[in-house]
Write a protein that binds this ligand. Structure first.
Ligand code: NAD
Ligand code: GLY
Length: 364
């Protein structure tokens, strides 16, 4: 097992990464300062892992709420089901919510924990690759609004993250690929050696080689933990984690939540960001080809959906949270392994990027 820490002073917390961790109550219990625990999971994950999570919580009063599965249910209405379960069980402000599932469950359980009685304890047990490398770490929680992805939310840090890599064995291939998009993101924004390692090992990851997955998760979490410790509230460096996300959120909102997986939309978004970076310079077209080759080898989509016009994109991007004072900010690449926040984007070059890459299917 590997243990990393998110260094946030008195809110410092551990990330445990390794096989069999769901069967380690000794890791979970020190992070749960209460006797009342609500496990938040969904209809897909519950039959797979709920019993083991319950066994790990033996000795505590634990109740469960099982939510519908899907990005389309990442709403205030669904979060209200969590509040109802908490109130039905008369849980007090010292209770703990345990998120057992992917990023959708983690974001909603975390948001409920941030709001219930103005804030209760929270533990993450992420069961998708995407959640193990990104969404469970760093305290961003929230839900979607029909007009914009993740627009309602709060920062609320967990007390620990327990990433049992064995849970990835039941993950569908498409979900594994979507998680790889966020892994590749760390290489692109700040870690060239990791990017090179991914170029050498992407097929091992797709084949679910346990050692390769553990290394990818650890290196991803190390990057994320460093960024969150330096900039918890996204006043600076943390924004770099949004590489490809302004484009990606426009795709997710534009095609309807659940149509494209989040990681798939981010992959296309990162490719669009790389393309635009080369149009603006100094990223070279050769470097864009490297980005494209890696995403393609991970079987991730590179082109935006045909039904989204450039005008749709620009309208949808304008409501993304990365818009500041009415000006579009995008995360772009200066070089591989180095992302920057770009404030003054040429609308013409942005349109050119969107037009050039708007078609369905894989890279030609
Ligand atoms: P998800 O939560 O929808 O999970 C993907 C699918 O896999 C679901 O059907 C889920 O039920 C299923 N699943 C989960 N674990 C499984 C397992 N072990 N075996 C089999 N099936 C399993 O999607 P995701 O990709 O985990 O997360 C995407 C969400 O995360 C998006 O809503 C995105 O906005 C959010 N996100 C948040 C942050 C953050 O910092 N908070 C960062 C990145 C993404
Ligand atoms: N996934 C973006 C962030 O955590 O800031």
């Amino acid at each position: 097992m590997k243990t990393l820490h998110v260094e946030l002073g008195d809110r410092r917390y551990p990330i445990y990464i390794g096989p069999g961790l769901l069967d380690r109550p000794d890791l979970l219990h020190p992070s749960i300062p209460s006797r009342q625990v609500l496990i938040v999971t969904n209809t897909t994950v519950a039959p797979l892992y709920l019993e083991r999570a319950r066994a790990a919580l033996a000795g505590l009063r634990h109740e469960t709420v099982v939510l519908p599965d899907g990005e389309q249910y990442k709403t205030l209405e669904t979060v209200n089901e969590i509040f109802t379960a908490l109130l039905n069980n008369r849980f007090d402000r010292n209770c703990t919510l345990v998120a057992l599932g992917g990023g959708v469950i983690g974001d909603m359980a975390g948001f409920a924990a941030a709001c219930y009685q103005r804030g209760v304890h929270f533990v993450q047990i992420p069961t998708t690759l995407l959640a193990q490398v990104d969404s469970s770490v760093g305290g961003k929680t929230g839900v979607n609004h029909p007009l914009g992805k993740n627009m309602i939310g709060a920062f609320h840090q967990p007390r620990c993250v327990l990433a049992d890599t064995d849970t990835l064995t039941t993950l569908p291939d498409r979900e594994l690929g979507a998680g790889l998009a966020e892994v590749i993101k760390y290489g692109l924004i700040r870690d060239l050696p990791f990017l090179e390692w991914l170029e050498a090992n992407v097929e091992r990851l797709l084949a679910r080689d346990a050692a390769a997955l553990t290394e990818a998760i650890e290196r991803s979490c190390r990057n994320k933990a460093e960024i969150v410790a330096a900039d918890e509230r996204e006043t600076g460096e943390r924004a770099l984690l949004n590489l490809g996300h302004t484009f990606g959120h426009a795709i997710e909102t534009g095609v309807g939540y659940g149509g494209w997986l989040h990681g798939e939309a981010v992959a296309t978004g990162m490719y669009l960001a790389a393309d635009l970076s080369a149009r603006l310079g100094p990223l070279t077209h050769e470097q864009v080809k490297r980005v494209r080759a890696l995403l393609d080898r991970a079987h991730l989509p590179l082109h935006s959906p045909p039904e989204l016009t450039s005008d749709d994109f620009l309208r949808l991007m304008a409501v993304d949270k990365k818009v500041k004072d009415g000006r579009l900010r995008l995360i772009l690449l200066r070089e591989l392994g180095r992302a920057v926040i770009a404030e003054e984007i040429s609308l013409q070059l942005l349109r050119e990027t969107l037009e050039a890459n708007r078609k369905s299917g894989k890279a030609d």
